[in-house]
Design a protein around this ligand. Structure first.
Ligand SMILES: NC(=O)c1ccc[n+]([C@@H]2O[C@H](COP(=O)([O-])OP(=O)(O)OC[C@H]3O[C@@H](n4cnc5c(N)ncnc54)[C@H](O)[C@@H]3O)[C@@H](O)[C@H]2O)c1
Length: 470
């Protein structure tokens, strides 16, 4: 271990992490002599970086968002909806084991291990956008210190690492050779927003790399940071295929229950009762119907698979394409439920005022990425409805061009209709009698199965629940 410098410095520039003996590597990990840099410190990257720092490995976060960087360095923790990480943040900041910067070149010069937790969204044509990863790969080509280990946590389609990312890092000039001058592997992130700490402590992680030695090094480092099982994958593309498969499985199954929900509505069958009973069968895995599938993962992951299929055989993965179509139609279905309530009440929907309850794409998170609330609001606006929003995570801010409400009871005044879009825990005890009393016209559509159907009818609401009969 003589060549390894003291804590806070990078492994000696002549030492390549890939060439350490197992004993040396273990010792370097245990004594905090592996220096880590996480590029992209958003929803996933920041908690990841904090976990690495908490484990005793000095960690630098890098981000292009200078406001975020300044705010974190001044001690403000941005992810208020991630329980537990506020405390970890304070602890690692106190120990001075973590700081963030916008300067990637400086950070790379001090790091033995580089994690990439960059966004992988899609463009307006649903084509995956890997520009952040490609951009950083180019910077790795320019600034990487030979011997560094790169680990991609971002979600990418199988083959992207091998066919696109590695060639950019290596460069046309072949400045670096993967496996020789730098190590590269993947450990796709599978945590759920709102419960990242819980998932980091429980969910097994997949490790794939360009060779077994690198996979072993990644496994040893992650084993030190997280207590979960690390599942060896034969290569990067297989690990990325698993990640997409688990999420797309959900997108497809939600599409299935969404179609059942629409069918059961007209048959007077309560979909949730069907599903709860169905789950008593050991091999049924429950998924719930809803107003659509949003967020940074599921819809994007389906399009990542479709993008891949397009290159090989566009006839493949038709089930994913259809599932996307079904899930993307659900906002329209929710608005149709609202329209039929207005018909039942003999009221015009045009020029009415409708309150959207919840704009997050899912419960208990502050995140509106690809939220079904957006097309629902747009559909209602197209009908000349005046739309109001109440969401406990977004008070008094502008969302989708609407200034949100700060108080639910006040927001209900002069309202002709209410659509529950997100089942935040704050809406669990929504009282139908209170809604009846407060609303100008007591029309309620529940797209998440939160409000009890019988209680709603008893209270006098003109009520439709997605997937429920009359
Ligand atoms: N959020 C989730 O639910 C979730 C779950 C599992 C996996 N993932 C995957 O993890 C990855 C990261 O997602 P996220 O939700 O944390 O994204 P995010 O948008 O919350 O964070 C990404 C961060 O990267 C920064 N960034 C963008 N371009 C950069 C660049 N060129 N250099 C440095 N920083 C840059 C952004 O400023 C942002 O702070 C994605 O591939 C996503 O699919 C996300």
């Amino acid at each position: 271990m003589t060549r390894i410098k003291s804590i806070g410095e990078k492994l000696d520039n002549n030492v390549k992490i890939m060439e350490l003996t197992t004993d040396m590597l273990n010792q370097a990990i245990q004594t905090g002599k592996i220096n880590v840099c996480t590029i992209g410190i958003g929803r996933i990257g920041l908690p990841t970086a904090l976990s690495f720092a908490l484990s005793g490995l000095p960690t630098i976060g890098v981000d292009i968002n200078s406001n975020l960087v300044d705010s974190i360095n001044s001690g403000k923790f941005p992810l208020k909806d991630e329980p537990g990480y506020d405390i970890i943040f304070e602890e690692v900041m106190k120990k001075k084991n973590f700081h963030v910067t916008t300067k990637i070149d400086e950070a790379l010069s001090k790091s033995d291990v580089v994690l990439l937790s960059l966004p992988t969204p899609m463009d307006s044509n649903n084509v995956p956008d890997y520009s952040a990863l490609k951009n950083v790969a180019q910077q790795l080509h320019d600034f990487l210190i030979p011997g560094t280990l790169v680990i991609v946590e971002s979600t990418v389609e199988p083959g992207f690492i091998e066919n696109e990312l590695i060639p950019i890092i290596e460069g046309n000039d072949k400045k670096f050779l993967a496996g020789n001058d730098f190590g590269i592997g993947v450990c796709p992130e599978t945590a759920n927003p709102g419960q990242i700490l819980n998932d980091f402590n429980k969910l097994p992680r997949l490790v794939g790399a360009i060779n077994e030695k690198i996979a072993d090094i990644i496994t040893r480092i992650y084993k030190h940071v997280f207590t979960v099982d690390l599942i060896p994958m034969p290569n990067c593309k297989t690990a990325n295929a698993v990640k997409l498969t688990t999420n797309v499985f959900r997108d497809i199954n939600i599409a299935f229950v969404n179609e059942l929900a629409v069918l059961f509505e007209s048959l007077g069958i309560d979909t949730n009762k069907v599903l709860e009973a169905a789950k008593t069968k050991y091999n049924f895995q429950i998924h719930y119907p809803g107003p659509g599938v949003g967020g940074p993962c599921l819809p994007v992951n389906s399009y990542q698979f479709l993008n891949l299929a397009k290159k090989i055989n566009p006839d493949l993965l038709k089930i994913i394409k259809l599932s996307r179509e079904i899930n993307e139609k659900m906002p329209e279905h929710v608005v149709n439920l609202m329209k039929s309530c207005f018909k039942e009440a003999n009221k015009q929907i045009e020029n009415s005022e409708i309150l959207i309850l919840g704009v997050s794409y899912k419960a208990n998170v502050k995140d509106i990425q690809i939220s079904p609330a957006e097309p629902i609001i747009q559909n209602l606006k197209d009908l000349k409805v005046k739309v109001k929003i109440f969401d406990p995570y977004f008070k008094d801010v502008e969302i989708f061009g609407i200034k949100t409400e700060s108080n639910l009871v006040d927001a209900l005044k002069n309202i002709d209709g209410l659509v529950l879009v997100t089942n935040h825990k704050e809406f669990d005890d929504l009282d139908s009698s209170m809604l009846y009393t407060q609303m100008r016209t007591p029309i309620v559509v529940d797209s998440r199965g939160v409000i009890d159907h019988d209680a709603a009818k008893k209270a006098g609401l003109i009520f439709k629940g997605l997937g429920q009969g009359e």
